[in-house]
Design a protein around this ligand. Structure first.
Ligand code: PHE
Length: 453
């Protein structure tokens, strides 16, 4: 019975498919929208170096931990803990993950909807001949309006649901294998355009020549928090995807490849954006509006800008889509396996529920902006609770679970199915037992305001 059930479980069909799907999850708005703007705000190259350290010392071990839990448990984010640690409260980690998935996808779908609107705006050449002020107002009035952002959010959620309904191999993997190479091609085209602009050098120096005077404690915390978000860690996405990875695959290699792909795309996004920003004399620390306000300004001054604007916003949408399907899958896998729902029904219910939760997020940019909870509007409340509380706490528990509850022998048995090289295990155990939990605890306490830097 148990065996039959395992065989029936959908899974990834190929190595390339695993990497495309997991890298597709990791690479998203976090890389292309958020990474460049926080790099701009926190000082460029020095921030990037710190970010890279966080990725290697904490991000990578937590990702491998999630893969180990998922593949060994052969279940969704909640079920995996129930199976590996029956009768203990560890499954609450998975519960937090499913709750975080609801919250993150609710607001992620809204921002992804903005990207779709901007594909459309770029297509009809809306930025041409506009003053920087007009382009700023265009963004402000669009996100604060009522119907349009909701229309695009619903449209985007529909696309997400349609891919997830088709399943792991025939939905998620199939689309990731098409969309991820497309994304790579688009970003390389944008990079070539950016580095060949006259005056591109200043932007590249900003990205690659560290000015250590610009490092701040706040910057370090932002870097670690972003490493989590960007690698899709702390909420069971990689547990869920890990459960679809075949026993023959080398989990450490997979985690390394996904981590490198995610980091590379973030850097390529920086290379696409900053040379242009500097070449046109625009302030790099523009914040969250960088891609929606600063870039359209850049595009409309740039030779070929019409074409590159369209490509850029398609890139953003594609990246968002392969991430949103991974978030939805966390919820759907739980509904299917533990609540015994058919996949189609599970996807429809989860998509509708999350879309509804996203509507007040969208409205909180306009008509509901005065409705606040603990001083935050609905969008910020969900973002804060999920990204600053649930994800770090989830990551801490996940690394502690692998480091302390499972322990070295079990870890070795899971990663060493094919007699792969496991000489890295002592270092990995040290990272998941001590470094990751302590570093995450510091970020977490800071995130909820108990520790101030
Ligand atoms: N990693 C995705 C991004 O960079 C977002 C994400 C977070 C996806 C958490 C899944 C889980 O945009």
């Amino acid at each position: 019975m148990e065996n039959n059930k395992l065989q029936e479980r959908d899974s990834f069909g190929s190595k390339l498919g695993i990497i495309a799907a997991a890298a597709g999850s990791a690479i998203g708005l976090g890389n292309i929208w958020k990474f460049p703007y926080i790099t701009g705000v926190y000082g460029g190259a020095a921030f990037i170096v710190i970010y890279l350290i966080c990725i290697a010392a904490i991000g990578f071990p937590v990702m491998l931990s999630e893969f180990i839990i998922g593949r060994k448990g052969q279940r969704n984010a909640i079920g995996a803990f129930q199976k590996l640690a029956p009768g203990t409260p560890w499954f609450l980690t998975g519960w937090m993950g499913v709750a975080a998935a609801f919250m993150i996808l609710a607001f992620y779908g809204v921002v992804a909807g903005w990207c779709l609107e901007y594909v459309f705006k770029a297509l009809i050449n809306s930025f041409a001949g506009q003053s920087p002020e007009a382009i700023g107002n265009m963004f402000g009035s669009f996100i604060s309006s009522t119907a349009k952002p909701i229309f695009w959010q619903v449209f985007f959620m529909l696309l997400t649901g349609l891919i997830v309904i088709a399943g792991v191999k025939d939905g998620i993997e199939k689309y990731a294998k098409i969309l991820m190479p497309a994304l790579l091609v688009i970003i390389i085209i944008l990079d070539i355009r950016a580095v060949t602009l006259p005056g591109a050098k200043a932007g590249l120096e900003f990205l690659f020549k560290p000015d250590w005077g610009k490092v701040s404690a706040q910057g370090v915390l932002v870097a670690l928090g972003h490493a989590f978000f960007s690698l899709s860690l702390g909420m069971g996405t990689m547990i869920t995807y890990g459960s679809y990875i075949g026993k023959k695959e080398n989990l450490a290699d997979t985690a390394i490849q996904v981590t490198i792909a995610d980091t590379l795309i973030a850097l390529l996004a920086g290379i696409a954006i900053f040379p242009a920003v500097f070449a046109f004399g625009i302030e790099p620390g523009a914040g969250a509006g960088l891609v929606f306000v600063t870039l359209p300004n850049v595009f409309q001054q740039m030779p070929g800008g019409y074409f590159f604007a369209i490509l850029f916003f398609i890139l953003l949408t594609v990246a968002a889509l392969t991430s949103s399907i991974s978030i939805l899958e966390v919820v759907v896998a739980y509904f299917v396996e533990d609540l015994k729902m058919a996949r189609k029904r599970a996807t429809v219910i989860a998509t509708i529920a999350i879309t509804l939760l996203g509507i007040p997020c969208s409205l909180s940019m306009g008509s509901m902006s005065k409705v606040t909870f603990f001083g935050k509007n609905f969008f910020d409340l969900l973002d804060f609770t999920a990204s600053n509380i649930f994800l770090p706490l989830g990551g801490l528990l996940i690394s502690a679970f692998v480091g302390w509850y499972m322990g070295k022998k079990e870890v070795e048995a899971e990663v060493n199915q094919e007699g792969v090289n496991i000489s890295y295990i002592p270092l990995f155990m040290f990272l998941v037992k001590f470094i990751a939990p302590i570093a995450i605890a510091i970020v977490f306490l800071n995130g909820i305001g108990l520790l101030k830097f």
